[in-house]
Design a protein around this ligand. Structure first.
Ligand SMILES: Cc1cc2nc3c(=O)[nH]c(=O)nc-3n(C[C@H](O)[C@H](O)[C@H](O)COP(=O)(O)OP(=O)(O)OC[C@H]3O[C@@H](n4cnc5c(N)ncnc54)[C@H](O)[C@@H]3O)c2cc1C
Length: 363
């Protein structure tokens, strides 16, 4: 059985990886170098932000992925020689009005989560200046480093024997009575038994070329800034006002991110840089002593309620979609791809796949 995956972000590469581990014949195409879009730009938190705000369908995928991540990242390091920097750094969230919801969600989903008083916030993060009496503490939240996991996955799939065709842009499908027989690319037609679209924010645009049944996925720009500081200046992921600081192992601190519905424009803006700088230095005044080293933007594949589409396209028996992971593509990737493999094998239960179908209600 031959599989052709379009889109080499974390979702496409992980789908390729898992299929190849099962011995399948896999080709992955991307119009540029694999892993350079949202997957490169993200923060790499292995948890949704404010996870209690999400529907059960997102929590289910996140929980399963969180269980898979330690072994997966060990495997990626071992196979590729590139360390994705999986790190359990814990997440501190300031959301006084949501503490009850968070505690209830944690009890229901067996998560480590507690409400901590102000003095404990200061013990955890001495440089943080809280304006509240308490915070939500999740000690086992982990992170990966996006460019590194992207490079590590790319190298891993190449070593496993996935045929990676970069600079191959998908232009359309070749179809024959309800079946896709091939894809038209910028470099010619490619044939396969099954086609899987993992094209992130571009998926709806592509599907609209050949069907009226289109997933609701739109680009949502996220901008970040990066500080170069000393290791351990900030130790934990810190989240407040929908903005978060992520400390990397080497002392770099990411701060983001904006949520902008501005089409496919990926440029950064001075306004966003100024806003992010103000918010972060207000709570972490020590960061005023450090330069902003970099600013970047990525286009998230925004979907209603953040529920991804992991499904067969109803009009084509061998066309599948794995896209629309919005703010959580990193944390949802392993479980989403595991489910995609079950769909391809015809072994997925209706109960586990229903919420991610094209026709499923999402808001
Ligand atoms: C600022 C920011 C912060 C984030 N933080 C987090 C976080 O902390 N945790 C988390 O879990 N998630 C986070 N995310 C979200 C996460 O990064 C995305 O959900 C995830 O990367 C989506 O992966 P993807 O593979 O679907 O899409 P992408 O990584 O965008 O990959 C899509 C691929 O499809 C290719 N493509 C598109 N069109 C075509 C075509 N016609 N032909 C061939 N190839 C094509 C593109 O080149 C690209 O490589 C963040 C995102 C951003 C922007």
């Amino acid at each position: 059985m031959q599989y052709l995956i379009t889109g080499g972000g974390i979702i496409g590469m992980m789908t390729a990886l898992m299929l190849r581990q099962q011995g399948a014949d896999v080709t992955l195409i991307d119009r540029q170098l694999a892993g350079r879009e949202s997957t490169w730009a993200g923060g790499g938190i292995v948890s949704p932000l404010y996870p209690w705000r999400y529907p059960e369908s997102v929590t289910r995928l996140a929980s399963r992925s969180q269980a898979l991540y330690p072994e997966l990242t060990d495997y990626l390091l071992e196979t590729s020689g590139i360390d994705p920097e999986y790190l359990i750094s814990g997440m501190l969230t300031i959301a006084p009005d949501e503490e009850q919801d968070a505690l209830q969600w944690a009890t229901k989903n067996h998560k480590q989560l507690s409400r901590i008083p102000k003095d404990e916030i200061s013990e955890l993060e001495p440089e943080f200046a809280p304006d509240t009496e308490s915070a939500i503490w999740m000690p086992d939240v982990a992170q990966v480093r996006n460019p590194r996991i992207a490079k590590s996955m790319r190298e891993t799939i190449i070593r496993l024997g996935v045929e990676l065709l970069e600079e191959h842009e998908l232009h359309g499908l070749v179809t024959d009575s309800g079946k896709v027989t091939g894809v038209e690319t910028s470099k010619g037609i490619l044939h396969a038994d099954n086609i899987i679209l993992c094209t992130g924010a571009w998926t709806a645009q592509l599907v609209s070329l050949f069907s009226d049944l289109i997933p609701v996925i739109e680009p949502v720009r996220g901008q970040m800034i990066l500080f170069k500081t000393a290791p351990d200046l900030i130790k934990h992921i810190t989240l407040w006002e929908d903005r978060y600081a992520i400390p990397r192992k080497d002392g770099r601190i990411l701060f983001g991110s904006t949520v902008e519905y501005s089409g496919f424009i990926k440029q950064t803006t001075e306004d966003a840089e100024a806003e992010l700088y103000d918010v972060v230095t207000n709570r972490y005044p020590i960061l005023k002593e450090y330069e902003v080293e970099l600013q970047w933007a990525g286009l998230r594949p925004g979907s209603p309620s953040g529920v991804p589409y992991i499904a067969r396209h109803p009009e084509y028996e061998n066309l599948y979609i794995n896209a629309g992971h919005f703010r959580n593509g990193v944390v949802l990737a392993p479980a989403s791809c595991e489910l995609m493999l079950k769909l391809l094998a015809g072994t997925a239960d209706e109960s586990e796949s229903h919420d991610y179908m094209l026709e499923a209600e999402r808001s």
